[in-house]
Design a protein around this ligand. Structure first.
Ligand code: ITT
Length: 180
């Protein structure tokens, strides 16, 4: 199946996960205009419905985000824009002096089977680090602490064992297997 995304990091992780379920995921590198929505679920569903009009066959997309408790869930559905604008340094600045560092990543995978859109979600809880650390991963990984290390300090394989993306994609792959 095709994974439509402009984000190489997302694709790399999904491809590695898919291989464990003998699913082949191909990259359809494409940036699409995301519809407005209040939740990742809503945005993912609307995006998949929009893309279904343009793309032949089945495909998958993923909308994800970082939700910081002390910032009342910000950047949440706006994670992509916030990353491109203020980035990790901006989030660290907003969190300066804040003792509650709790945050979670959420991923919403929308699979279009040629007829209907199916939604699968995954989450991982962690904390916002005090400074950026690590050179791996992508996006907010250098500031997301999980068990004392940032996601950017882990190999893809290790991050894939616990990540929001893994949990969401695993649900999709299990569902596909059961359907066969
Ligand atoms: P597409 O919409 O083209 O798939 P995108 O990067 O714009 O790519 P989103 O709209 O889903 O993706 O935005 C998610 C944002 O959250 C984006 O800035 C990512 O870098 C970040 N993000 C998502 N998953 C992440 C992860 O596992 N680690 C670090 N940052 C992540």
């Amino acid at each position: 199946m095709y994974f439509i995304t402009s984000n190489e990091g997302k694709f790399r992780e999904a491809k590695e996960l898919a291989a464990k379920y003998s699913v082949e995921v191909k990259w359809l590198k494409m940036e699409y205009i995301e519809p407005q929505g209040n939740s990742l679920e809503e945005i993912a569903k609307l995006s998949a419905e929009m893309l279904a009009e343009k793309v032949d066959g089945d495909f998958v997309i993923e909308d994800s985000g970082l939700f910081v408790e002390a910032l009342k869930g910000f950047p949440g559905p706006y994670s992509s824009y916030v990353f491109k604008t203020i980035g990790n340094e901006g989030i660290l600045k907003l969190m300066k002096g804040e003792e509650n560092r709790k945050a979670y990543f959420k991923a919403v995978v929308a699979y279009f089977d040629g007829k209907d859109v199916h939604i699968f979600t995954g989450m991982v809880s962690g904390e916002i680090a005090r400074e950026a650390r690590g050179a791996g991963g992508f996006g907010y990984d250098p500031i997301f602490l999980y068990n004392g290390r940032t996601f950017a300090e882990m190999e893809t394989e290790e991050k894939n064992r616990v990540s929001h993306r893994r949990r969401a994609f695993e649900k999709l792959f299990m569902w596909l297997k059961e359907k066969d």
